[in-house]
Ligand binder design. Structure first.
Ligand code: SAH
Ligand code: SF4
Ligand code: F3S
Length: 479
């Protein structure tokens, strides 16, 4: 398939947004003068890391426009819901929230409610919002995020409802301000969209074609993060292995990683997601060559049955996947492997499912994110016959979960009494007497420490093991 060539959003368009940002800023000043406080925004994020990072951009733009932030619906003067539609329950959750906000608007007539993200890239959802959720003032999509200042201004100034989902899907916007959630770890998008069209998946329809950011823009962002004191980045893309296919100059993902490693002092690099069909020897080699690339890989298998993989349009067989795992482990011993698995894909037989169980047993993933198949309107699999009955799916799902829990626990048990290296990200959210961080293999470690070691790399002695995390105490500070 010929790639559409990626273009940058024009400087004129970005300049126009800056001007609208100033116009909204004047409005937020007016609000502050009247009420003695800044208007507060609440950005609620559903979905994956890509959406989390988009919300950081939304917050960055809002901050520039003079908004303060709150973390609940009730105090908010502006609510933005950044939505996900990868599975049906994600959509239901959003509609539940939007519906429950109807009363709030009556109490606070100035309240602006916006819905954006993957869900709103589906025309039937926009229609439903228009008809049933009159309390929603603004709808925008995933490709026109950078146009938020203009769209918001039209709502606030004109008092009208505005709907604008994507106009093009071959653009990349650079220079959007980002308000990051953390100050140790940062997300860095390397590419947008997906061209893989797995038959169950809605992402290509709502995120558009693959578009790579220019290497120089990515490098500049990573350098800036280093200067700000960030210690770890995760490079994001629906399939990072496609990076560069739409760029001139022969860049690929392995070359991008090398460029970052050789030209920035960032101590830790992760990336997601890698499609197993095109993980290259060059990538595996670069991972082994540079110690700053964490010895960890998320490699979604989806199913252990070649027959099902074919109908999922995944372009690899069970044997090829196992071969890839073998190769990755040979070059990167001790690598931490995680995966995604779908249970109950249309036509999944007992035998197909047994193939998934045996693959899980054979690979021994550190962790598997397991999902019950969800029918997505507009995808090829939605029309496949033999949708698997709910009870059968549920029973299979539980079996898979039990198996993976056992394996995750067995792998973690090996850490009991061990000393691990951890990059500390700050105090634990669930227990403020403990610090939290992750190992190179992405295991969460909660530990006690007599001093604040946020941002430091430390050795921790593990004295308690859970299925999803490790616990211990500080041994020494490395750097
Ligand atoms: N681009 C990434 C992740 C996309 S969505 C990748 O290819 O790995 C994350 C996960 O959601 C997928 O890996 C898949 O396991 C799951 N998923 C996607 N569509 C789904 C559907 N219709 N029903 C259930 N799970 C789904
Ligand atoms: Fe969806 Fe497949 Fe693209 Fe991942 S690679 S986003 S599962 S279509
Ligand atoms: Fe992510 Fe959900 Fe969109 S998984 S890409 S937020 S559909």
């Amino acid at each position: 398939m010929k790639k559409s060539s990626t273009v940058l959003v024009s400087p004129e368009e970005m300049e126009k947004q800056k001007q609208f940002s100033e116009l909204v800023y004047a409005k937020t000043l007016e609000f502050a003068a009247e009420r003695g406080r800044k208007p507060l925004a609440f950005v609620r994020t559903f979905g994956c890391q890509m959406n989390e990072h988009d919300s950081e951009k939304i917050s960055g733009m809002l901050e520039q426009m003079g908004y303060g932030f709150c973390d609940g619906f009730d105090e908010a003067d502006l609510i933005i819901m950044n939505t996900c539609c990868v599975r049906e329950n994600a959509e239901e959750k959003v509609f539940g929230h939007v519906g429950s906000l109807k009363g709030l608007k009556r109490e606070k007539p100035w309240l602006v409610t916006a819905v954006c993200g993957c869900m709103t890239e589906q025309p039937h959802i926009v229609e439903e919002i228009k008809k049933k959720y009159k309390n929603v003032d603004l709808v925008f999509g995933t490709h026109n995020l950078h146009r938020l200042p203009e769209l918001l201004y039209r709502v606030i100034d004109g008092g009208v409802r505005v709907y604008e989902t994507s106009r093009t899907d071959n653009e990349v916007a650079e220079g959007v301000p980002v308000k990051r959630c953390g100050n140790i770890h940062a997300w860095v998008t390397v590419m947008y969209g997906c061209d893989n069209y797995c038959t169950y998946c809605i992402v290509p329809y709502v995120r558009g074609h693959e578009r790579s950011r220019r290497p120089e823009d990515i490098l500049a962002e990573v350098k800036e993060l280093c200067a700000l004191g960030y210690k770890e980045i995760t490079l994001l893309g629906q399939n990072v292995n496609s990076y560069g296919k739409d760029l001139d100059g022969g860049m690929d993902f392995a070359a991008l990683l090398r460029l970052i490693c050789e030209n920035t002092p960032i101590p830790r690099i992760r990336f997601m997601t890698s499609h197993p069909k095109d993980i290259s020897d060059r990538l595996i080699g670069v991972m082994a060559e540079f110690p700053q690339i964490c010895n960890q890989l998320h490699l979604p298998v989806q199913s252990g049955s070649t027959e099902l993989l074919k109908r999922m349009n995944r372009h690899y067989t069970r044997e090829q996947y196992l071969e890839t795992v073998k190769k990755v482990r040979a070059v990167n011993p001790g690598i931490s492997l995680t995966t995604d698995i779908i249970v109950g894909f249309p036509g999944e037989t007992d035998e197909n499912f047994e193939d998934t169980l045996s693959l899980v047993e054979e690979v021994r993933f550190d962790q598997a994110y397991t999902f019950i198949y969800s029918k997505r309107e507009g995808t090829p699999a939605a029309k496949y016959p033999d949708q698997v009955p709910e009870e059968v799916v549920k029973e299979r799902f539980d079996r898979l979960l039990a198996l993976q829990n056992r394996i995750s626990r067995e792998i973690n048990d090996r850490f009991d009494g061990a000393v691990v290296e951890v990059l500390c990200e700050g105090l634990s959210k669930t227990n403020i007497e403990r610090y939290t961080g992750r190992t190179e293999g992405n295991k969460i470690v909660n530990f006690t420490s007599p001093e604040n070691v946020t941002g430091r790399t430390v050795k921790v002695k593990i004295d308690n093991v859970q299925t999803w995390s490790l616990e211990g105490s500080l041994l020494e500070i490395i750097s």
